[in-house]
Design a protein around this ligand. Structure first.
Ligand code: IPE
Ligand code: IPE
Ligand code: MG
Length: 250
C-alpha cells in the first residue's frame, strides 16, 4: 500500500514546515557544483507543494534562505537569488491554476530588487486563491522574528498603547511574522541533519519532528506522504498523560 493510501484524511496536519536541506551534498555526490543541487531541488518543491495540496494541508512553510545563508560564497548566494526569481516566474501560472496562495516571511527588504519584484508579482497573482497557502521563509530566522516582535511590543508599551499586563502568549504571537497562521504541527528536515537552524522557534514549540535521510533534491511526494503517516502514528500528548488522552478521546 502506498503511503498516500495510509493517510487518515481527518488527521492531516494543518501546517507543515520543511527545512529543505542537502542540496550541496547531493550535488557533490553527483560530482557537480553546489548550484546544481539547488536547481534540482526545485522539482522537490513542486512535489511537496502538489502533495500538500492533494491531501488538504492548509499551510506549508518552506525554509528557502536563512539570515545565516548570506555568509555563503557570493556566487552561491547570487545563484540562489536568481533561481528564486526564475522559479517564481515559471511557477506563477501553475500556482494560480492549483489555487495556491503564495506568501513569505522574513526580511525580504534585503533581497535583490529582482527577487522582491518576482515575489510581489506572485503574491499579487495568487492573493485571491483559497487552497493551500505556501509560505516561503526568505532571509528568515526565528531569532530575527522574535527580536523584531519584542521591539514592536516595547514600542507600543512605551507609547502607552499596550499595558505590560496585557502581554500574554496570544498578544506576543500576534507580532510574529507568522501571526496569521496556526502553529506548525509537523516539521520535516531532509539530509539527515537533526537541528532547527534558527527556523520557527516559537511556532515549532509543540511540532512533531520528522527527519529524512534523503537529500532535498531526492525528496519526492511519497517521502512527504511517509512523513505525514509517521506524524499520524505519533501520540501527541501536550503535557498530558497517555491515560488522560484516552479518556478525552473516548
Ligand atoms: C539547502 O541545501 C538549501 C539552502 C540552505 C539554501 P544546502 O545548500 O544547505 O546543502 P548542504 O546542506 O550544504 O548539503
Ligand atoms: C537551513 O539549512 C536553511 C535552509 C534550508 C534554507 P542550512 O544548511 O543553512 O543549515 P545549517 O547551517 O546546516 O544548520
Ligand atoms: Mg545545508
Amino acid at each position: 500500500m502506498s503511503a498516500k493510501d495510509q493517510i487518515q484524511k481527518e488527521k492531516v496536519p494543518h501546517h507543515v514546515a520543511v527545512i529543505m536541506d542537502g542540496n550541496g551534498r547531493w550535488a557533490s555526490l553527483m560530482g557537480k557544483p553546489r548550484v546544481f543541487g539547488h536547481q534540482n531541488g526545485v522539482q522537490s518543491v513542486r512535489e511537496v507543494v502538489e502533495g500538500a495540496g492533494e491531501i488538504g494541508v492548509e499551510y506549508l512553510t518552506l525554509y528557502a534562505f536563512s539570515t545565516e545563508n548570506w555568509k555563503r560564497p557570493a556566487y552561491e548566494v547570487n545563484a540562489l537569488m536568481t533561481l528564486l526569481v526564475q522559479t517564481i516566474r515559471k511557477e506563477i501560472k501553475s500556482l494560480v491554476e492549483n489555487n495556491v496562495k503564495l506568501l513569505s516571511i522574513g526580511d525580504v527588504s534585503k533581497l535583490p530588487s529582482k527577487s522582491r519584484k518576482a515575489l510581489e508579482e506572485a503574491q499579487k497573482a495568487t492573493a485571491e486563491n483559497k487552497g493551500l497557502t505556501v509560505i516561503l521563509a526568505l532571509n528568515y530566522s526565528a531569532k530575527w522574528d522574535i527580536t523584531r516582535a519584542t521591539a514592536k511590543v516595547a514600542e507600543l508599551a512605551q507609547k502607552g498603547e499596550l499595558e505590560p499586563k496585557e502581554i500574554n502568549e496570544d498578544t506576543f504571537r500576534s507580532f510574529l511574522s507568522t501571526a496569521d497562521f496556526p502553529d506548525v504541527e509537523l516539521m520535516i528536515r531532509t539530509s539527515g541533519e537533526k537541528r532547527i537552524s534558527n527556523f520557527l522557534l516559537w511556532e515549532l514549540a509543540y511540532a512533531e519532528l520528522s527527519f529524512c535521510a534523503k537529500y532535498w533534491p531526492e525528496f519526492r511526494k511519497e517521502d512527504f506522504f511517509k512523513a505525514i503517516v509517521e506524524f499520524q502514528n505519533r501520540e501527541r500528548r501536550f503535557g498530558l498523560t497517555g491515560e488522560q488522552l484516552k479518556t478525552l478521546s473516548g
